[in-house]
Design a protein around this ligand. Structure first.
Ligand code: FAD
Ligand code: SF4
Length: 330
């Protein structure tokens, strides 16, 4: 591991100034991803700016009935918060489905959004990887890719985004707020993660040195009727091979409002807009849910080793929406 400096930031302008002054510096949240990457040599920062003591650890209702979540809120505190559990249950369930209790106690909201892919070649410095070394090639396309992307990928990179939290945030139209030396800014989650294209090393639209200050969830009454489901390869903590955040408002058997976001299928949390369009105003039946899943997955381009994800994801959509529809009629 390269020698590095460490500095604890006590206010937002100070933290942003430190990053602005040193392009080799990185923010340190819980360190549960960054420090691992430093150990393998993928990340080699000269300075870590610890943001955990910044006054960004609050969760509060907004005037319009949404929720503002600070960037240094831990995953554990987020999942346990009564307003989150009551108004956005899929978000609490998604966070609890991720990692272990110890990791969730350390991991922060800002760090979760910016965690890197778990593609094995990304952390194997002996193998080509366009995300780690632009232009070197993608080892996964012809190699091991059983948990890689089926939607929105290109031949330059087929890695998935591993965040569970991000999937629920995508379903609820979260907006990421940040601070830079030039002032504050914000990005809807739909624009926060960049398409893979031929530049998989450029993962987000955040300006260089930007400090994520929090996430704002707009009011979404439908979110109170939401769930998160995750499929993984072992019962103990593990990353998803498929996941879904769904919310459904059914009136007289008709879909009044629906939200669907998918995980472990793309380089970013995947909002299933085609499925939502297919369902809006139609019957809340298992057949309609299956047709909606097919509408979304028509764009899927699986590789030889991950075609199972198409069926798995279709089943997740049907199962979760059916469960939500049944609840709505009780
Ligand atoms: C064994 C294991 C299992 C896991 N399982 C899961 C799982 O099932 N599901 C899941 O979703 N996740 C899982 N994780 C990942 C875990 O959720 C992430 O490591 C964690 O959320 C990252 O948060 P952090 O605060 O520790 O980030 P850090 O490691 O501190 O930082 C990650 C990145 O974010 C940047 N950063 C941090 N805070 C800010 C900020 N405020 N502004 C700008 N940049 C910032 C850092 O510079 C770094 O680039 C697992 C991790 C481990 C080690
Ligand atoms: S899928 Fe992406 S992260 Fe994995 S080897 Fe290919 S370029 Fe690298």
């Amino acid at each position: 591991m390269r020698d590095f400096g460490y500095q604890r930031a006590h206010d937002v302008p100070g933290a942003v100034a430190l990053l602005g002054a040193d392009p080799d510096a990185r923010y340190l949240g819980g360190g549960t991803n960054l420090v691992d990457l430093m150990k393998t040599g993928v990340e080699r920062p000269a300075l870590l700016v610890d943001v955990r003591e910044l006054p960004l650890d609050g969760i509060e209702s907004t005037d319009d009935g949404g929720l503002r979540i600070g960037a240094t809120v831990t995953n554990s505190d987020l999942a346990a918060h009564p307003e989150v559990r009551c108004r956005y249950p899929a978000l609490a369930e998604a966070v609890l489905a991720g990692a272990s209790g110890q990791l969730r106690n350390m991991a922060t909201v800002g760090g979760n959004l910016l965690q890197r892919t778990r593609c094995g070649y990304f952390t194997d410095l002996s193998k080509p990887c366009n995300k780690r070394t632009p232009g070197s090639g993608c080892s996964a396309v012809r190699g091991e890719h059983h948990n890689h992307a089926i939607l929105g990928a290109t031949a330059h990179c087929v890695a998935i985004h591993p965040s569970d939290m991000g999937v629920a945030l995508a379903a609820f139209d979260a907006v990421v707020t940040y601070e830079t030396v030039d002032g504050p800014g914000q990005l809807p989650l739909a624009e926060f993660y960049l398409p893979v294209g031929d530049t998989p090393h450029l993962e987000t639209a955040l300006p260089p040195g930007a400090l994520i200050t929090g996430i704002t969830l707009p009011p979404a009454p439908v979110a109170a009727h939401s769930r998160y489901r995750k499929v993984r390869e072992r019962a103990s903590y593990a990353f998803a091979i498929g996941s879904i955040a769904g919310a459904l408002d059914v009136r007289d058997g008709v879909v009044h409002e629906v939200r669907v976001a998918l995980g472990a299928v793309a380089s970013r949390p995947w909002r299933a807009r085609a499925a939502e369009r297919a369902l809006a105003g139609g019957p809340a039946t298992a057949e309609a849910f299956a047709a909606a899943a097919d509408a979304e997955l028509a764009a899927a381009e699986p590789l030889s080793g991950n075609a199972y994800k198409v069926t798995l994801t279709r089943n997740l959509v049907v199962a979760l929406l059916t469960e939500l529809a049944e609840e709505a009629t009780r």
